[in-house]
Design a protein around this ligand. Structure first.
Ligand code: NAP
Length: 244
């Protein structure tokens, strides 16, 4: 029996990278999983190999109606939603093969990063909260970054989006406090070998973390009951020490 037996877990950005790793692990732990991202074909491939029940529900996290449909389909299929992992995210690194300073960033690129990384989290969280409040139980896990706690030059939109996400996490925690909902931020604790770093040379990609780095911490967070730790943010390893 896994730790998440029969729980319903939605993972955004489940088509690849860290999201794919977390959805596979949640399924191994006995959860019924909902995979969402834009690339339906890739999610179908991931879902085929999962040991348990799953639902592939494509959506762009920036599209409120599409996000609502994912949650509606989840409720129709599984009747509840225990955990939402807000993992979908973009960085300009992939778009420009490196860092970009503010004077070079277009308004469109700013909007894309903020809308995917921050507005998308708002839209998905808004859609699941009524169900979690009704159940008087739920976990919202927001995938942040070390750049949610400090800044670097050349990643302005990403840094801003993740700092915003940290604040939003605390708001969700405060509003959910007496209604059984925990909200926390989780980050890998360093660079992870996913498509975000596709522009790096192979030797460098081999040195960075593997995409399963947050799996243990995500399971511990998802397994928390209504009175769990809430409103906190830390890297995977620290969560493992705190909750393990
Ligand atoms: P990735 O491999 O590029 O995966 C990003 C995921 O987000 C994909 O599944 C993608 O799916 C989805 N996505 C992107 N735009 C979307 C949109 N508009 N609507 C719906 N889904 C969208 O990146 P990753 O490294 O796994 O990143 C996952 C999370 O970890 C992000 O929040 C990132 O900021 C965070 N993080 C990553 C690192 C790292 O070093 N890799 C470090 C710290 C934090 P589709 O393209 O199919 O839509």
């Amino acid at each position: 029996m896994g730790d998440l037996q029969n729980d319903v877990v939605i993972v955004t950005g489940a088509s690849r990278g860290l999201g794919r790793a977390m959805v596979e692990r949640a399924s191994d732990e006995g959860a019924r999983v909902v995979l969402t991202a834009r690339d339906e074909e890739r999610m179908d491939e991931v879902a085929t190999d999962l040991p348990g029940e799953s639902l592939v529900a494509p959506a762009d996290v920036r599209d409120a109606a599409a996000v609502e449909r994912v949650v509606d389909r989840t409720i129709e299929e599984f009747g509840r939603v225990d955990t939402l992992v807000n993992n979908a995210g973009v960085s300009l690194l992939g778009m420009y093969d490196g860092r970009t300073s503010l004077e070079e960033i277009s308004e469109d690129d700013w909007d894309t990063v903020l809308e995917v990384n921050l507005k998308g989290v708002f839209l998905f969280t808004r859609a699941v909260l009524p169900h979690m409040y009704e159940q008087e139980q739920g976990n919202v896990i927001n995938i942040s970054s070390g750049l949610g706690r400090h800044a670097i030059a050349g990643a302005g939109p990403y840094v801003s989006s993740k700092w915003g996400l940290e604040g939003l996490t605390q708001t969700i925690a405060l509003e959910g406090e007496d209604r059984g909902v925990n909200a926390n931020a989780l980050d890998p604790g360093g660079r992870v070998d996913t498509d975000i770093w596709a522009h790096l040379p192979d030797e460098e990609r081999e040195e960075i973390l593997d995409p399963d780095v947050m799996n243990d911490a995500a399971v511990l967070l998802a397994a928390q009951g209504p009175d769990g730790v809430s409103g906190e943010s830390m890297p995977a390893e620290e969560w493992e020490q705190r909750l393990g």
